[in-house]
Write a protein that binds this ligand. Sequence first.
Ligand SMILES: *Cc1c(COP(=O)(O)O)cnc(C)c1O
Length: 410
Amino acid sequence: MDYKNLEKQDKEVFVAIQKEEERQKNELELIASENYVSSAVMEAMASVLTNKYSEGYPGKRYYGGNALIDDVEELAIKRAKKLFQAEHVNVQALSGSPANAAVYFAFLRPGDKVLGLKLDHGGHLSHGHPVNFSGMLYDFVQYEVDPETGFIDMDKVAEIARKEKPKMIVAGFSAYSREIEWERFKEIADEVGAYTFADIAHTAGLIAGKQMKNPVPIFDVVSTTTHKTLRGPRGAMIMCKEKFSKQVDRAVFPGMQGGPHDHITAAKAVAFGEALQDDFVEYAKQVILNAQELSKCLIEKGYQIVSGGTDNHLVVVDLSDKNIGGKDAEVLLEKVGISVSRSTIPNDLKPPMNPSGIRLGTPALTSRGMKEKEIKKLADLIDRALNNDNIDIIKKEVREICKEFLLPIN
Ligand SMILES: *Cc1c(COP(=O)(O)O)cnc(C)c1O
């Protein structure tokens, strides 16, 4: 990227950004929630739209001069509707957690009971963890994955739902590798009179790319980030049935937020435009093929994979039978230029700061054009690093792969 004005005006920030760009170029990014946006998305984000205030919605703003902002927001909405077959879309949510806050705000009152997946089983902080607003404001009860299979036990979900009678059931997760039985969740929710809320922050790009089942036509309300597999700017959106459109929009503004970030809305529109192209289907397919190859190669090398494999972009490696914890593995891999995140495994006996697993994801590497051949090599490098093979040699091999597969920016 070209930062000529920044370089002239503010050396300190310029240097930090430039070094970060180098880091991103020279490292293999396996953090499952990260990705690389296109230059077009980046240009929209860096546009003059950041100067505008536009509280309200298209055609109903509290500031003048918003005709073109209305066009941009309507484009983003139109494209999102097409991507996910949504009846109604709010593209103003600033990020995943605030989007979830708005969803709860739209459908619940403080103290209401909500059923969500336990965090160490793959859920998200905003699905009822006690340190998060969600756990403080609402009465969350939690379901788990089956300790034997690592899959969500839907009969158990039904049993807990019948007993607890929650007002809302949340599905959609941060560290769960398997397809989700959206219809079954809906059946259970209908039986007990609960709202259905899907948080597809991680898998939205795979759903948009038609490789995973879409909950949007089934569920009452769906939130997603736009910056993970969907490969857009850092942000979020909320999709819902038309009958809930007013309460959702009012929860976002004026309920939770002030002015929307119009430059980000423009970048969302650009990213959704990219995701509507045929090659995004190929991208989503390859993300999953790469994750499955990674899982297969690691199993061959003697690693335990939670649930025994993956249907999506992520692989949770259970290191509890190895001589290394999740945190140390993360630090060691960072030394050779492989970025991963520590992760809890279901029923983890270790604390979240140093859990028993690592979570690997393939969206970013796939955006660089890597395929099974590179993934196989990568599994080898990970295994060698975790077995304390020569760090300098591994680092050099990582650099060589990075040189061949450039970031999608210019
Ligand atoms: C990443 C994630 C979020 C939070 O998104 P932020 O933009 O980081 O606030 C919410 N829910 C799930 C399931 C996620 O994976």
